[in-house]
Design a protein around this ligand. Structure first.
Ligand code: NAD
Length: 466
């Protein structure tokens, strides 16, 4: 497995730049889709330059790390075979009549990887590149992640291969409701609880909850990441970025790095990246470069994260933020000298052809599977401390867990309580992973996988499932 993965290829990513930002002159929102045909209109790309990505799939990346940990744990082959495969994989047709009067058929997926430790939990992604392979990988990642931070959940993921930036709000609502109608039978507060991921947000969760409620009665605990007005949790929106910053603080202590003196780079300025940037800035750190699908900017003296958020809220993109910044080639983002690099976009963006150019002391993975195994080993050789995705971006699912608990109990915690409880869990998980890494003399990633896999194996065998 590892050898296959190290033979990775890279490509100029055609769609990473395209899906989220509509461009002037592009074909209209529904171009190219015909009645009854799988909808390809969402695959339309734009001219914005995009950094190269590895042609190693998320699935290969997760499988690689599972394989490494399984070998170290000496898992018997039959047990490893159960843990490698998904418990249930649902693929559905999501037909929606869009503004052009035609029915567009999207593909929807929900994969439940392993439920030994509790109900399945994982986000729903709306993105044109979504396919079964990717959803499968992300579901498995959720199994290990929820176990590493010790939540009573299994792992799942879902998605629809739609480009939300090309839809009107009522069309997005129709896609969300249609998808829920097709998968509701395998969901529920004690079965499987979706949450937001790339391309979905609190509003989408509200539509999903409302649709589920039509069939089952009002059930706020059926999804998390809901708006505050609909029993969402305070602190959920910022939670993944906050968790990234909390584990950064733990790791910084070990490296003797003063947060106020830290220079950092953020790749991807969406939910995770923009919150991580703002919270790093609150600690006094300086953002020296940042990107989104539209472009990449850098500034020696720093880019104000709050102002950039406001600019994006007002309809702008990172690429057209004017502050006193310089636009740079997206491929050069990784080479910007900094203390901390935070990938917070898509998978496979740090690969064997650009890892060597990286110039940071620490990488805290906000995104899922941003680093290929070959890049990981290059960075380890360079002495870069990597706080891996399965630990670093678990803040979102931790606060989703808090939201579910609050919904089940019909009470609400205030934001300080949420943030403090999140810190306790992230700190504890960081300690457990870092201690194990020290003990084993390995980087944190294999230590994290081992911890997660061990917990799942214990639960599955104690139940009598394996
Ligand atoms: P989002 O859709 O809010 O933001 C994604 C950002 O990445 C956007 O700014 C987009 O423009 C940018 N992007 C896309 N392609 C890019 C490219 N080629 N170069 C630079 N930037 C690019 O998504 P999000 O919720 O912030 O998720 C980001 C990552 O974090 C994903 O990998 C997701 O799986 C992971 N994650 C999210 C959560 C969560 O709670 N939202 C939790 C855990 C992990």
């Amino acid at each position: 497995m590892s050898d296959e993965v190290t033979e990775e290829r890279t490509r100029k990513d055609e769609s990473a730049g395209g899906p989220t930002v509509p461009q002037e002159g592009e074909a209209g929102p529904h171009a190219g889709a015909g009645h009854g045909e799988p909808d390809k209109s969402a695959k339309k790309t734009e001219d914005a330059p995009a950094p190269s990505r590895a042609e190693v799939s998320n699935y290969e990346i997760v499988e690689h790390w599972f394989g490494v940990a399984a070998e170290r744990l000496e898992l018997p082959d039959d047990v490893a075979a159960v843990l490698r495969s998904s418990y249930r994989e649902v693929q559905v047709q999501v037909p929606v009549k869009l503004g052009d009067g035609k029915v567009h058929v999207f593909s929807g997926y929900r994969v439940q990887h392993n439920g030994a430790r509790g109900p399945y939990k994982g986000g729903i992604r709306f993105h044109p590149e979504v396919d079964l392979d990717e959803v499968r990988a992300l579901a498995e990642l959720m199994t290990w992640k929820t176990a590493i931070v010790n939540l009573p959940y299994g792992g799942a993921k879902g998605g629809v291969n739609v480009d939300p930036s090309k839809l009107e709000s009522h069309e997005l609502e129709a896609v969300s409701r249609s998808f829920m109608d097709k998968i509701e039978k395998v969901l529920g507060p004690t079965r499987d609880i979706p949450a937001p991921d790339v391309g979905t947000n609190a509003q989408v969760m509200a539509w999903l909850m409302d649709e589920y409620g039509k069939l089952h009665g009002h059930t706020p605990a059926c999804v998390t990441g809901k708006p505050i007005a609909l029993e969402g949790s305070y602190g959920r929106e910022a939670a993944t970025g906050r968790g990234v910053v909390q584990v950064f603080q733990e790791a910084a202590r070990e490296l003797d790095l003063d947060p106020a003196e830290t220079r950092f780079v953020v790749q991807g300025f969406g939910n995770v990246g923009s919150w991580a940037a703002r919270l790093m800035q609150e600690l006094g750190a300086t953002m020296v470069a940042v990107s989104d699908a539209s472009g990449t900017i850098a500034a020696e003296d720093g880019i104000d994260a709050e102002q950039l958020v406001q600019h994006v809220r007002d309809g702008g993109n990172v690429g057209d933020f004017d502050g006193s910044t310089e636009e740079i080639d997206p491929d050069d983002l990784v080479a910007v000298e900094c203390d901390v690099f935070i990938p917070a976009a898509l998978g496979g963006m740090i690969h064997k052809d650009n890892a060597d150019r990286m110039s940071c002391r620490m990488m805290v993975e906000g995104a899922n599977s941003p680093t290929t195994p070959s890049a990981d080993s290059i960075l380890n050789d360079k002495g870069v401390t990597i706080v891996p995705d399965v630990l670093a971006n678990a803040g979102g699912v931790v606060v989703s867990y808090f939201e579910w608990v609050q919904n089940l109990q019909h009470l609400r915690w205030n934001e300080d309580q949420v943030n403090e409880r999140l810190r306790e869990i992230m700190r504890q998980a960081f300690r457990e992973v870092a201690d194990r890494a020290k003990e084993n003399d390995t980087p944190m990633r294999p230590a994290a996988y081992e911890l997660g896999i061990e917990r799942v194996v214990e639960a599955a065998s104690t139940r009598g499932y394996i």
